[in-house]
Every structure is written in structure tokens, then in C-alpha cells.
Design a protein around this ligand. Structure first.
Ligand code: DGP
Length: 115
């Protein structure tokens, strides 16, 4: 846990975060600035700054992040239509919150190009 991290505060219930899923490894909550009808963030419960800080021992955790996203997509009813998973990393990647998070975005046709 990082005292200055907004996502750590949502994970620990210190602040409200529209949490929709929680287990031993990850927490999922709705993005405060949704870009589509479904916009959920899935985050590891442990504070990890970015993909750059991941270690080999985090591989199971990151797999769990993705399978949780797939389960939530089904729960949201968007698995057949499709959806986008995004993990922004660093300044050029557009990362603004430095706690690893996977965006689950769907419920509308996605636009291209991504960059
Ligand atoms: P990124 O740019 O990939 O680092 O995405 C960070 C996302 O986090 C952005 O879409 C807005 C969202 N966000 C920032 N602060 C909060 C917050 O306090 N609560 C929630 N639910 N989402 C937040």
C-alpha cells in the first residue's frame, strides 16, 4: 500500500470507488471518467507502480487480472460484442495513475487508430 496512491485508497475502502469485484489478488471498480458505457479498472491489490515494475513472480497475478476482466465483460453483457483491454505504461503510454491497472472498455464500437 502506498499512502499517496488513489487506487490503494479505493482498494482499502479509505475512499469510495464504485467497487464491483474484489478477491484476494485484485479489485475492480468503475472508472471515474468513463470513455464508453462500460469502463472498469482492474487493479492488483498490492501496490505496483507500472508494468515496468513487474517481476517474474507477478505472472500469475497479471494472468488473473486478465481472466477477471473477461469474467466482468461477461457479467456486463459485452463479451459477444467485444471489448478493449488497455494497460497504459509511463508518460508516453498515457499512464496518469501509477498503480498498475487494466482498462476494460466496451459497450460501443471502438474507434481506430489506437495511437
Ligand atoms: P491511465 O491514464 O491509464 O493511468 O488511467 C487512469 C484512469 O483512472 C483514468 O481513466 C481515470 C481513472 N481515475 C483517476 N482517479 C480516479 C478515482 O479517484 N476513482 C476512479 N474510480 N477512477 C479514477
Amino acid at each position: 500500500m502506498s499512502d499517496s496512491c488513489i487506487f490503494c485508497k479505493i482498494i482499502s475502502n479509505e475512499i469510495q470507488g464504485a467497487v464491483i469485484h474484489r478477491d484476494e489478488q485484485v479489485t475492480a471498480f468503475r472508472d471515474i471518467q468513463p470513455v464508453a458505457p462500460t469502463h472498469i479498472l482492474i487493479v492488483p491489490n498490492r501496490h505496483i507502480e507500472s508494468v515496468n515494475a513487474l517481476e517474474g513472480s507477478d505472472e500469475q497475478l497479471m494472468g488473473h487480472l486478465i481472466t477477471t476482466a473477461a469474467k466482468l465483460a461477461k457479467k456486463e453483457g459485452i463479451e459477444q460484442g467485444g471489448y478493449r483491454l488497455i494497460m497504459n505504461t509511463g508518460a508516453d503510454g498515457g499512464q496518469t495513475v501509477f498503480h498498475v491497472h487494466l482498462h476494460l472498455i466496451g459497450g460501443q464500437m471502438m474507434k481506430h487508430p489506437m495511437g
